[in-house]
Design a protein around this ligand. Structure first.
Ligand SMILES: Nc1nc2c(ncn2[C@@H]2O[C@H](COP(=O)(O)OP(=O)(O)OP(=O)(O)O)[C@@H](O)[C@H]2O)c(=O)[nH]1
Ligand SMILES: [Mg+2]
Length: 480
């Protein structure tokens, strides 16, 4: 897109501008500080836990250059409201992995025990002071909050800590933006970013409207924000149209597959579970494998021939995560429809993860959300080479249709493959025909899509006894 394009909006500039206008508004307001009692502060302090060993450094600078990351020093904060401390720590570990995937260096991580997040600053005001000290001591330039914060919360925390504050959703959107390669992927991410941005602009716009109402006039800030909002809406409409056009091409391809009754298998699962590694094992597709979250954004589909000679497709898909931002689910709908439209989902689980059951739950939630809840599912528990055997055994016992394997060592892959191929929809129509040699195309179609029971070459053609799908049976009967 050319820089002259009125729709080419630089989100950072826009955000900065909106933040400035919002800050002006806030400064004009009577700053009623939200003080809590000392007792609460004491409780806050006692509830504060630091997670040791979470700060890690990027090991490979060339990797960072390749992805053109903005190397930021970040401090993570989380509010632990329910569940065990282990759950809270796992959540922070994941946030840390997300931050590192986005190219940041994690300086420190804090969790605060509270009944609920503070409505004005997410963490309690006592903690805010402490956070500010940690930020200063570590030289951090960004604070990342584990959760989705309201625009007002982000703003007041930012003002108090004096560095940029972002939430988990913004972080995930940032990773997606960095990893999107295809035109469709980029458009989908941009749409998700704008959907995220729009209510945040509205928040500021509303504040300004209230201000404008008070003095009975329209401030220049409001006009600016309304223009921005209109431009974003225009851009979003344009993106949606583009995505729709690309969806047509995708649908055509899928219809083609359906028409030929080629079974399709989707590899889905939590991010970093080893979906692409399995895809590569099974097809040699050479999909990028990386110990990073959301390494794969664009689906890769390969034609595979089963051991009994039938053809099906195998697709590697984008990974899921807990609380996957709904803007992303919405924007990636056309990509995710691939999963919903498949005959079988191979749900890859990282057996070596601290809480694989929680990952299974989170993935199933997204699978249901995209309307794929009824698709047949195989649970494929990966990384058997490093997972605890007890955890693997427990998962295998609890999940009826489950298999253990290791994409790295190849352990269990054959059994898993046999289970996948055994679950493919079976051709149902039995035929017994002699096909003239001029119709070699039909003979190969029966080989690819059907199941040969017997085959014999006669002088008048190929005599075949086979099971085929309805469409192929129709084509063959038309021949007679
Ligand atoms: N030890 C071990 N590591 C594995 C195994 N399979 C995959 N990995 C590693 O797990 C990491 C993630 O693998 P990927 O195949 O990229 O995972 P993915 O599910 O495609 O991840 P995203 O595309 O990022 O959602 C990589 O570092 C792999 O090398 C395995 O069987 N054993
Ligand atoms: Mg992948």
């Amino acid at each position: 897109m050319s820089p002259q394009d009125p729709l080419d909006i630089d989100i950072d500039t826009l955000l900065a501008e909106s933040a400035r206008v919002a800050a002006e508004y806030d400064a004009s307001e009577n700053e009623a500080e939200h003080y809590e009692s000392n007792q609460q502060d004491l409780q806050d302090r006692q509830a504060l836990r630091r997670i040791a060993g979470l700060s890690t450094e990027l090991q490979d600078i060339s990797d960072a250059e390749y992805r053109q990351l903005r190397l930021e020093k970040v401090v993570l904060i989380g509010v632990w409201t329910e569940g065990t401390i282990l759950d809270a720590e796992n959540s922070m570990k994941e946030l840390s992995a997300l931050a590192e995937t986005a190219g940041s260096q994690v300086m420190d991580a804090l969790i605060q025990r509270r009944d609920r997040a503070d409505p004005s600053t997410f963490i309690g005001s006592g903690k805010v002071v402490e956070l500010k000290q940690i930020v200063a001591a570590t030289g951090a330039d960004t604070v990342v909050c584990d959760g989705e914060l309201s625009p007002a919360q982000l703003r007041s925390l930012e003002q108090k800590v004096k560095v940029k504050v972002i939430d988990r959703t913004a972080l995930i959107l940032d990773i997606f933006a960095q990893h999107a390669k295809s035109r469709e992927g980029k458009a989908q991410v941009e749409l998700a970013q704008m959907t995220y941005l729009l209510p945040r602009l509205r928040g500021w716009g509303d504040s300004l409207s209230r201000q404008a109402g008070g003095i009975g006039g329209r401030g220049p800030g409001e006009t600016k924000i309304e223009t921005d909002r209109r431009r974003i809406n225009d851009k979003m409409a344009k993106l949606k149209k583009e995505i729709k056009e690309m969806k047509v091409a995708r649908d055509t391809k899928r219809q083609e597959r359906t028409r030929h009754q080629i079974p399709s298998v989707s590899i889905a699962g939590y991010t970093n579970a080893g979906k692409s590694s399995l895809m590569n094992r099974l097809t040699g597709a050479g999909v990028l494998v990386e110990n990073a979250l959301f390494a794969t954004l664009d689906p890769t589909t390969r034609k595979v021939t089963s051991n009994d000679g039938r053809i099906y497709t195998l697709s590697d898909t984008v990974g899921f995560v807990r609380h996957l931002p709904h803007q992303l689910v919405e924007a990636f709908k056309s990509t995710l429809e691939e999963v919903a439209g498949s005959d079988l989902i191979v749900h890859v689980v990282d057996g070596s993860h601290a809480d694989p059951k929680e990952q299974i739950r989170a993935v199933r939630q997204v699978i249901n959300e995209i309307g794929a809840g009824d698709v047949l599912e195989i649970i494929a528990i990966n990384k058997s080479d490093i997972a605890s055997p007890e955890v693997m055994m427990q998962l295998l016992r609890e999940e009826p249709n489950s298999f253990a394997f290791s994409a790295r060592t190849g352990f269990g892959v054959d059994t898993l493959l046999a289970a996948i191929e055994g679950s493919l929809p079976r051709p149902r129509v039995e035929i017994s025909v002699v096909i003239p040699f001029t119709r070699g195309d039909l003979v190969s179609a029966i080989h690819e899509r059907g199941q040969i029971l017997s085959e014999e070459y006669l002088p008048e053609g190929t005599s075949i006894h086979a099971m085929v799908d309805g469409a192929l049976a129709q084509q063959i009967s038309d021949l007679q």
